[in-house]
Design a protein around this ligand. Structure first.
Ligand code: 5GP
Length: 207
């Protein structure tokens, strides 16, 4: 039987570059990105089934009722959730599955999958985060203020995470490597290898 893959939860402040980091990470073999369901409207350029599965509120609530999601949360008046089937299939195949989700969903995952790895990605400072949001040039001053306020709220949950990774300006590659190293090390946690350990102990006794 194949060894199960790792479930990796990545959260972080808006504008911190977590989406870019995750896109780089899934270029490595053995990583799969889960596509969430949401009731929010598609943004320009977003496609159903690529960024999200876009659902009506009724469709989303049916998914919840059918136990089709492994976690879900409301975020700024919309539902977001992780479809169960894809995650379970990929883990069984031995792939590492990445969930890019907010903090409430992350805690639901940890409660159900104790071996899941929770990684929080931050900017080096609040000032740097604000500069990045401003630098995008796509957001109004009001939206930037809202996102900074939300970041302050989210910051109170960072200590629920297992790992804290800083995505420094111009050092995306290092951020991606750090996440990959965390996953690699976690695959070697001794408690995941008890069967193999029992087998080698038995072999040694019988030799
Ligand atoms: P956005 O609308 O900007 O794409 O996402 C808003 C927030 O929802 C982000 O923090 C994103 O990580 C989070 N999110 C996306 N998909 C899911 C999901 O399936 N579950 C949860 N709990 N949060 C999600």
């Amino acid at each position: 039987m194949k060894k199960q893959g790792m479930l990796i939860v990545v959260s972080g402040f808006s504008g911190v570059g977590k989406g870019t980091a995750v896109k780089e990470l899934i270029k490595k073999p053995g990583y799969k990105l889960s596509i969430s369901a949401t009731t929010r409207q598609p943004r320009t350029g977003e496609e159903n089934g690529r960024e999200y599965f876009f659902k009506t509120v009724e469709e989303f609530e049916s998914l919840i009722a059918e136990n089709g999601l492994i976690e879900h949360a409301r975020y700024v008046n919309n539902y977001y959730g992780t479809p169960r089937a894809f995650v379970e299939e990929q883990l069984a195949e031995g792939n590492n599955v990445i969930l890019e989700i907010e903090v409430k969903g992350a805690l639901q995952i940890k409660a159900q999958y104790p071996n899941a790895i929770l990684i929080f990605i931050s900017a080096a400072s609040a000032e740097e985060l604000k500069l990045r949001l401003t630098g995008r040039g796509t957001e109004t001053a009001e939206v930037i203020e809202q996102r900074m306020k939300r970041a302050a709220e989210e910051a109170s949950s960072i200590k629920d995470y297992d790992y804290f990774v800083i995505n420094r300006d111009g050092q995306l590659e290092q951020c991606v490597e750090e996440i990959h190293n965390i996953v690699t090390a976690n695959k070697l946690v001794r408690t995941l290898w008890n069967e193999e350990i029992d087998a080698i102990q038995k072999e040694l006794i019988e030799l």
